[in-house]
Design a binder for this molecule. Sequence first.
Ligand code: FAD
Ligand code: UDP
Length: 370
Amino acid sequence: MFDWLIVGAGFAGSVLAERIASQRQESVLLIDRRNHIGGNAYDCYDEAGILVHRYGPHIFHTNARSIIDHLSQFTEWRPYEHRVLSSVDGKLLPIPINLDTINRLYGLELTPEQLEEFFASRRETVEEVRTAEDVVVSTVGRELYEKFFRGYTRKQWGVDPAQLSKSVTARVPTRTNRDDRYFGDTFQNMPAGGYTRMFQRMLDNPRIKIMLQTDYREIRDTIPFQRLIYTGPIDEYFDWSLGRLPYRSLRFEHVTLDCEQFQPVAVVNYPQTENYTRITEYKHLTGQQSPKTSLTYEYPTDIGDPYYPVPRAENEALYKRYEALAAACPDVWFVGRLATYRYYNMDQVVGQALATFARIQQSLPANGTV
Ligand code: FAD
Ligand code: UDP
């Protein structure tokens, strides 16, 4: 009999497995239906010996000291500030849109103050900013929205930005200075040995047993456990009884080229052309040296593993109904991006897992003595 069954060995499941085993001294069976730990943050060496991210580029960034301190128990860090270029009108321009983006796009020499006026003259008045379109047109106007956001978003989500909540494009800021970093967080570093090594260290505890290639549905009636932490899709847990929650998927095309470098930065976005949204070149993220280089092309699709909850009001309403079912399940905790239907970054999932652990500590005496 395990004290806990944890479904999913991504950030949510692994952070909780470690906390429960080390702080409560309770036994954990951690399962995943994939053949590896790490969830979507999994990285591995490809045939050319280059460290790649199997599920697309994962860049760690946060403002939360407690989350850095927690993960620092399991990894050292390598400084890395993420920069992205966008292929627009035949040029590679910085995204988020900044002073250099506009000057290079239009052949101007605006100052930051003049750029503020430029945006002010183009932005549209939106009564209430509700959608992913509203966010952009009310900041930089329709032309820049069409060039940088509309096509990318339609590819990525399969719907028009007007159909998505504002939170989607609000992830990407607009700047009037020359800061070309993708993220503004105080802490921007990559795990020095990669994500998988960090997970291995996190899960290296004799109280944690790991079973891979194991689906919860296959073992739920045969393996005895007292309590459950579930980090898979919440609608699947309830056998889709209220209908399917949409999750957007991606098809990843991984390629290795016989050259040292393919593109000037780690990620180049393609908002206007191509069927893929972006190309990632991993050596920029890891600093690895090699005469070869490995890339990933991301092709968005509805079919395949669930990667992104789709932020729209109607989906949130359906999620709320599943959340009510979840609230009525004693001794089951739903955590993570898929189980709480939240477009969370890694640090937010770690924060959510640590908060869940604090709630477990408050509500349950340790060692299964309830
Ligand atoms: P997951 O990592 O999805 O883990 C859930 C695990 O549960 C999976 O391994 C799955 O196989 C398993 N599972 C599900 N159902 C079952 C079942 N029934 N039985 C057994 N196992 C099951 N975040 C950032 O901070 N920075 C980034 O740059 C970044 N880039 C991203 C790029 C892409 C393409 C994607 C898709 C996400 C990105 N993220 C990024 C988000 C990041 O991946 C997530 O925040 C984080 O990995 C979520 O962790 P999780 O544990 O909630 O879910
Ligand atoms: N986006 C866009 N153009 C870009 C970058 C982002 O339209 O060049 C929009 C798009 O809808 C995307 C969202 O902003 O899904 C969030 O971007 P982010 O880079 O955070 O996406 P993620 O890394 O989570 O896939």
